[in-house]
Design a protein around this ligand. Structure first.
Ligand SMILES: Nc1nc2c(ncn2[C@@H]2O[C@H](COP(=O)(O)OP(=O)(O)O)[C@@H](O)[C@H]2O)c(=O)[nH]1
Ligand SMILES: [Mg+2]
Length: 238
């Protein structure tokens, strides 16, 4: 089974080499696609240098503008389908998602269509996030569950394994949201299509190096985006 981990990056020069090495140190054979939005800090140059060492396992796609993590993932998903990958993962570059959990997500996906590395399926498993961010994320998940009726605890999770049929059927060109909203939209569309979604508990750790790209615009988009998704599903225009 061909497995691809997609890592979106914007200014991750402090993390990118370590995260790539950590994935390739795993016993199972994962390939990586880094989708970089022309980071001014030269993240892509570090990846190019590493490609000499990891040759055909490490792929890089550079986009010309910073256009949000959602668009970067859609780009990566299309590439993965074209390259015939069977299992496609989403993972952040900043070690908030522990690469050692990838095999656990993969194993769970052998009995599901989509697996979510979940912070909130058993209590709250978040380490070193400022209290404000924990509360925001936790209640955002509740809000989404309530409005959309999604039976998922961590609706904004960004540590995910998709089997290829989910990405084939979901209609990637219909996915409109770019920030956290993107994570919600992917889960909602998969749920509406009737795919089997499983949550496995993971521990999410705040980044140590580099800076978060979270901002108010992303929250705004997600709040309105959720209402818009609800509306579209009510009028059957999803
Ligand atoms: N390609 C791309 N990657 C992004 C963009 N925004 C964030 N990322 C990456 O997405 C991941 C999660 O972003 P992060 O800033 O850690 O968000 P936070 O964990 O919610 O604070 C990291 O790997 C970022 O480098 C973007 O606009 N384009
Ligand atoms: Mg982060």
């Amino acid at each position: 089974m061909k497995k691809l981990v997609i890592i979106p990056t914007y200014n991750e020069k402090e993390n990118i080499e370590n995260i790539i090495s950590a994935v390739f140190a795993l016993e199972k054979d994962f390939h990586i696609l880094v989708v970089d939005d022309s980071s001014p800090d030269g993240t892509a140059d570090i990846v190019r240098k590493l490609q000499k060492k990891f040759s055909h396992h490490l792929h890089l796609s550079v986009r010309h503008v910073k256009d949000g993590l959602g668009k970067a993932y859609i780009h990566g998903f299309k590439w993965a389908l074209q390259e015939r990958y069977d299992y496609i993962f989403e993972m952040d570059a900043d070690f908030s998602h522990n690469p050692n959990d990838l095999p656990k997500l993969y194993d769970a996906c052998l009995n599901a269509d989509m697996v979510i590395g979940s912070r909130y399926s058993k209590g709250v498993n978040v380490v070193n996030w400022p209290m404000g961010r924990v509360l925001l994320s936790y209640f955002a998940s509740k809000y989404v569950r309530f409005i959309l009726g999604l039976p998922i605890h961590d609706t904004t999770a960004g540590f995910v394994c998709f089997s290829r049929k989910v990405l084939e059927d979901i209609g990637l060109d219909n996915v409109k949201l770019k920030g956290y909203g993107f994570q919600i939209e992917m889960k909602f569309r998969a749920f509406k299509k009737g795919f089997k979604i499983v949550e496995v508990p993971i521990i999410f750790t705040n980044r140590i190096l580099g800076e978060s790209k979270m901002n108010g615009g992303i929250i705004h988009e997600a709040v309105l985006g959720v209402l818009n998704l609800k509306w579209k599903s009510l009028i059957n225009k999803l």
